[in-house]
Design a protein around this ligand. Structure first.
Ligand code: ATP
Length: 235
Protein backbone atom coordinates (compact mmCIF):
# COMPACT_ATOMS: atom_id res chain seq x y z
CA UNK A 1 0.00 0.00 0.00
CA UNK A 2 1.14 3.54 -0.80
CA UNK A 3 0.58 5.90 2.10
CA UNK A 4 1.11 9.66 1.96
CA UNK A 5 0.87 11.85 5.05
CA UNK A 6 1.35 15.57 5.75
CA UNK A 7 2.77 16.30 2.30
CA UNK A 8 3.29 19.99 1.54
CA UNK A 9 5.08 21.69 -1.38
CA UNK A 10 6.12 25.32 -1.70
CA UNK A 11 7.18 27.05 -4.88
CA UNK A 12 8.88 30.11 -3.38
CA UNK A 13 6.19 31.76 -1.26
CA UNK A 14 3.36 29.88 -2.97
CA UNK A 15 2.03 26.89 -1.02
CA UNK A 16 0.96 24.62 -3.91
CA UNK A 17 0.19 21.56 -1.75
CA UNK A 18 -0.84 21.68 1.90
CA UNK A 19 -0.77 18.76 4.29
CA UNK A 20 -1.99 16.20 1.76
CA UNK A 21 -2.77 12.65 2.87
CA UNK A 22 -3.91 9.70 0.80
CA UNK A 23 -3.69 5.93 0.43
CA UNK A 24 -3.65 3.56 -2.53
CA UNK A 25 -3.92 -0.18 -1.88
CA UNK A 26 -2.61 -2.95 -4.14
CA UNK A 27 -5.00 -3.57 -6.98
CA UNK A 28 -6.99 -0.41 -6.31
CA UNK A 29 -7.67 2.43 -8.78
CA UNK A 30 -7.86 5.81 -7.06
CA UNK A 31 -8.43 9.18 -8.74
CA UNK A 32 -7.53 12.66 -7.50
CA UNK A 33 -9.90 15.15 -9.09
CA UNK A 34 -9.24 18.85 -9.31
CA UNK A 35 -9.46 21.86 -11.59
CA UNK A 36 -6.57 23.51 -13.45
CA UNK A 37 -3.91 24.62 -11.02
CA UNK A 38 -5.45 22.80 -8.03
CA UNK A 39 -2.14 21.06 -7.32
CA UNK A 40 -2.68 17.64 -8.91
CA UNK A 41 0.64 17.52 -10.78
CA UNK A 42 2.45 18.90 -7.76
CA UNK A 43 1.03 16.11 -5.60
CA UNK A 44 2.02 13.35 -8.01
CA UNK A 45 5.49 14.85 -8.63
CA UNK A 46 6.13 15.22 -4.90
CA UNK A 47 5.17 11.57 -4.33
CA UNK A 48 7.61 10.56 -7.13
CA UNK A 49 10.42 12.67 -5.69
CA UNK A 50 10.49 15.02 -8.69
CA UNK A 51 9.73 18.13 -6.64
CA UNK A 52 10.99 18.56 -3.07
CA UNK A 53 8.41 18.57 -0.30
CA UNK A 54 8.45 20.43 2.99
CA UNK A 55 9.94 18.75 6.08
CA UNK A 56 7.52 16.48 7.91
CA UNK A 57 5.98 14.85 4.83
CA UNK A 58 5.78 11.06 4.88
CA UNK A 59 5.55 8.73 1.87
CA UNK A 60 5.73 5.00 2.36
CA UNK A 61 5.25 1.95 0.15
CA UNK A 62 4.67 -1.32 1.99
CA UNK A 63 6.40 0.08 5.09
CA UNK A 64 9.45 1.30 3.14
CA UNK A 65 9.92 5.05 3.66
CA UNK A 66 10.29 6.83 0.31
CA UNK A 67 10.22 10.47 1.36
CA UNK A 68 14.01 10.78 1.75
CA UNK A 69 14.95 8.80 -1.38
CA UNK A 70 16.05 10.26 -4.75
CA UNK A 71 13.58 9.71 -7.58
CA UNK A 72 15.48 6.79 -9.24
CA UNK A 73 15.46 4.89 -5.92
CA UNK A 74 11.73 5.59 -5.64
CA UNK A 75 11.24 3.92 -9.04
CA UNK A 76 13.36 0.99 -7.86
CA UNK A 77 11.18 0.69 -4.75
CA UNK A 78 8.16 0.16 -7.02
CA UNK A 79 6.61 3.53 -7.82
CA UNK A 80 6.37 4.45 -11.53
CA UNK A 81 5.17 7.79 -12.89
CA UNK A 82 3.67 8.40 -16.32
CA UNK A 83 4.17 12.15 -16.62
CA UNK A 84 1.76 14.64 -18.14
CA UNK A 85 2.60 14.90 -21.85
CA UNK A 86 4.01 11.33 -21.88
CA UNK A 87 7.66 12.28 -22.56
CA UNK A 88 8.33 9.48 -25.03
CA UNK A 89 11.49 9.35 -27.14
CA UNK A 90 9.60 10.37 -30.26
CA UNK A 91 12.29 9.36 -32.79
CA UNK A 92 12.69 5.88 -31.30
CA UNK A 93 10.46 2.89 -32.03
CA UNK A 94 7.78 1.53 -29.73
CA UNK A 95 10.04 -1.46 -28.90
CA UNK A 96 12.93 0.87 -28.02
CA UNK A 97 10.74 3.08 -25.83
CA UNK A 98 9.40 0.04 -23.99
CA UNK A 99 12.83 -1.50 -23.48
CA UNK A 100 14.07 1.76 -21.95
CA UNK A 101 11.56 1.12 -19.17
CA UNK A 102 13.45 -2.02 -18.18
CA UNK A 103 16.58 -0.07 -17.20
CA UNK A 104 16.74 -1.16 -13.57
CA UNK A 105 19.03 -4.13 -12.76
CA UNK A 106 16.10 -5.88 -11.06
CA UNK A 107 13.90 -5.52 -14.17
CA UNK A 108 16.42 -6.10 -16.99
CA UNK A 109 16.40 -9.88 -16.66
CA UNK A 110 12.60 -9.95 -16.60
CA UNK A 111 12.18 -7.68 -19.65
CA UNK A 112 10.73 -10.38 -21.94
CA UNK A 113 8.14 -11.37 -19.33
CA UNK A 114 7.34 -7.68 -18.65
CA UNK A 115 6.80 -7.13 -22.36
CA UNK A 116 4.22 -9.95 -22.41
CA UNK A 117 2.42 -8.23 -19.51
CA UNK A 118 2.37 -4.96 -21.50
CA UNK A 119 0.95 -6.79 -24.56
CA UNK A 120 -1.74 -8.45 -22.45
CA UNK A 121 -2.88 -4.99 -21.35
CA UNK A 122 -2.34 -3.16 -24.66
CA UNK A 123 -2.55 -5.83 -27.43
CA UNK A 124 -2.28 -3.08 -30.06
CA UNK A 125 1.35 -2.40 -29.11
CA UNK A 126 2.43 -5.88 -30.18
CA UNK A 127 1.57 -5.03 -33.79
CA UNK A 128 3.30 -1.65 -33.58
CA UNK A 129 6.72 -2.54 -32.18
CA UNK A 130 8.66 -1.14 -35.13
CA UNK A 131 6.60 2.06 -35.46
CA UNK A 132 8.34 5.34 -34.59
CA UNK A 133 6.64 6.54 -31.39
CA UNK A 134 6.28 10.13 -32.62
CA UNK A 135 4.09 8.95 -35.54
CA UNK A 136 1.46 7.37 -33.26
CA UNK A 137 -1.84 8.93 -32.24
CA UNK A 138 -2.10 10.57 -28.82
CA UNK A 139 -3.96 7.60 -27.35
CA UNK A 140 -1.42 5.12 -28.70
CA UNK A 141 1.45 7.22 -27.35
CA UNK A 142 -0.19 7.18 -23.93
CA UNK A 143 -0.33 3.38 -24.14
CA UNK A 144 3.42 3.29 -24.89
CA UNK A 145 4.10 5.66 -21.97
CA UNK A 146 2.07 3.47 -19.60
CA UNK A 147 3.71 0.36 -21.09
CA UNK A 148 7.16 1.82 -20.48
CA UNK A 149 6.23 2.51 -16.84
CA UNK A 150 4.95 -1.08 -16.49
CA UNK A 151 8.36 -2.34 -17.68
CA UNK A 152 9.76 -1.07 -14.35
CA UNK A 153 7.46 -3.69 -12.68
CA UNK A 154 5.84 -1.16 -10.34
CA UNK A 155 3.72 -1.86 -7.28
CA UNK A 156 2.06 1.53 -7.76
CA UNK A 157 1.51 3.33 -11.07
CA UNK A 158 1.01 7.11 -11.02
CA UNK A 159 -0.74 8.68 -14.02
CA UNK A 160 -0.66 12.46 -14.50
CA UNK A 161 -3.70 13.49 -16.59
CA UNK A 162 -3.58 10.54 -19.01
CA UNK A 163 -6.65 11.83 -20.89
CA UNK A 164 -5.08 15.20 -21.70
CA UNK A 165 -5.48 15.96 -25.40
CA UNK A 166 -7.44 12.75 -26.10
CA UNK A 167 -10.97 12.57 -27.48
CA UNK A 168 -13.63 11.01 -25.20
CA UNK A 169 -13.52 7.89 -27.42
CA UNK A 170 -9.74 7.46 -27.15
CA UNK A 171 -9.91 8.24 -23.44
CA UNK A 172 -12.44 5.47 -22.89
CA UNK A 173 -10.29 3.04 -24.92
CA UNK A 174 -7.31 3.92 -22.74
CA UNK A 175 -9.22 3.86 -19.45
CA UNK A 176 -10.75 0.46 -20.27
CA UNK A 177 -7.23 -1.00 -20.02
CA UNK A 178 -6.56 0.32 -16.51
CA UNK A 179 -8.59 -2.31 -14.57
CA UNK A 180 -6.40 -4.96 -16.27
CA UNK A 181 -3.39 -3.31 -14.65
CA UNK A 182 -5.06 -3.20 -11.23
CA UNK A 183 -6.04 -6.89 -11.57
CA UNK A 184 -2.35 -7.69 -11.56
CA UNK A 185 -2.17 -6.29 -8.03
CA UNK A 186 -0.76 -2.92 -9.08
CA UNK A 187 -2.27 0.11 -7.34
CA UNK A 188 -3.13 2.91 -9.79
CA UNK A 189 -3.28 6.57 -8.77
CA UNK A 190 -4.62 8.90 -11.47
CA UNK A 191 -4.84 12.68 -11.29
CA UNK A 192 -7.47 13.93 -13.70
CA UNK A 193 -9.82 16.70 -14.72
CA UNK A 194 -11.92 14.18 -16.62
CA UNK A 195 -14.32 13.44 -13.77
CA UNK A 196 -16.88 11.14 -15.39
CA UNK A 197 -14.57 8.76 -17.21
CA UNK A 198 -12.01 8.50 -14.40
CA UNK A 199 -14.61 7.89 -11.66
CA UNK A 200 -16.21 5.20 -13.84
CA UNK A 201 -13.07 3.02 -13.60
CA UNK A 202 -11.97 3.99 -10.06
CA UNK A 203 -12.90 2.51 -6.70
CA UNK A 204 -12.23 5.70 -4.71
CA UNK A 205 -11.51 9.34 -5.26
CA UNK A 206 -10.11 12.43 -3.57
CA UNK A 207 -11.02 16.04 -4.35
CA UNK A 208 -8.25 18.63 -4.39
CA UNK A 209 -8.82 22.39 -4.35
CA UNK A 210 -6.17 25.09 -4.04
CA UNK A 211 -3.57 22.60 -2.85
CA UNK A 212 -5.78 20.98 -0.17
CA UNK A 213 -7.52 17.62 -0.24
CA UNK A 214 -11.07 18.64 0.62
CA UNK A 215 -12.97 15.37 0.18
CA UNK A 216 -12.68 11.61 -0.15
CA UNK A 217 -15.27 8.95 -0.93
CA UNK A 218 -16.05 5.89 -3.01
CA UNK A 219 -16.23 6.60 -6.74
CA UNK A 220 -19.94 5.70 -6.70
CA UNK A 221 -20.72 8.24 -3.97
CA UNK A 222 -18.59 10.93 -5.63
CA UNK A 223 -20.49 10.47 -8.90
CA UNK A 224 -23.77 11.05 -7.00
CA UNK A 225 -22.49 13.85 -4.76
CA UNK A 226 -24.14 17.26 -5.39
CA UNK A 227 -20.81 19.03 -4.62
CA UNK A 228 -19.00 16.98 -7.27
CA UNK A 229 -21.86 17.42 -9.74
CA UNK A 230 -21.71 21.17 -9.25
CA UNK A 231 -17.94 21.60 -9.24
CA UNK A 232 -16.83 19.00 -11.76
CA UNK A 233 -19.72 17.61 -13.75
CA UNK A 234 -21.48 20.82 -14.76
CA UNK A 235 -24.57 19.70 -12.82
P1 ATP B 1 -3.05 21.48 -14.36
O1 ATP B 1 -4.23 20.59 -14.49
O2 ATP B 1 -3.25 22.82 -15.03
O3 ATP B 1 -1.73 20.82 -14.68
P2 ATP B 1 -2.58 21.02 -11.53
O4 ATP B 1 -3.77 20.77 -10.70
O5 ATP B 1 -1.76 19.87 -11.95
O6 ATP B 1 -3.00 21.87 -12.80
P3 ATP B 1 -0.13 22.11 -10.53
O7 ATP B 1 0.58 22.05 -11.84
O8 ATP B 1 0.24 21.18 -9.48
O9 ATP B 1 -1.69 22.06 -10.74
O10 ATP B 1 0.06 23.61 -9.98
C1 ATP B 1 -0.43 24.03 -8.70
C2 ATP B 1 -0.04 25.49 -8.47
O11 ATP B 1 1.39 25.62 -8.34
C3 ATP B 1 -0.43 26.41 -9.62
O12 ATP B 1 -0.81 27.65 -9.07
C4 ATP B 1 0.85 26.54 -10.42
O13 ATP B 1 0.91 27.78 -11.09
C5 ATP B 1 1.91 26.47 -9.34
N1 ATP B 1 3.17 25.89 -9.83
C6 ATP B 1 3.31 24.67 -10.42
N2 ATP B 1 4.61 24.42 -10.73
C7 ATP B 1 5.30 25.52 -10.33
C8 ATP B 1 6.69 25.89 -10.36
N3 ATP B 1 7.62 25.07 -10.84
N4 ATP B 1 7.02 27.10 -9.86
C9 ATP B 1 6.08 27.93 -9.33
N5 ATP B 1 4.77 27.64 -9.25
C10 ATP B 1 4.38 26.46 -9.75
Amino acid sequence: MLEVKALSVRYGRHLALENAALQVKSGEIVVVLGANGAGKSTLIKAVSGLVPHAPGGRISLEDQALHALPSHKIVDAGLALVPEGRHLFSTLTVAENLSLGAFLPRTRAAAAESLEIVFSIFPKLKQRLTQIAGTMSGGEQQMVAIGRALMTRPKILLLDEPSLGLSPLLTSELFRALPGIAQRGIGVLIVEQNTHQSLAISQRGYLIEKGCIVGEDSAQELLKSPAVQKAYLGG
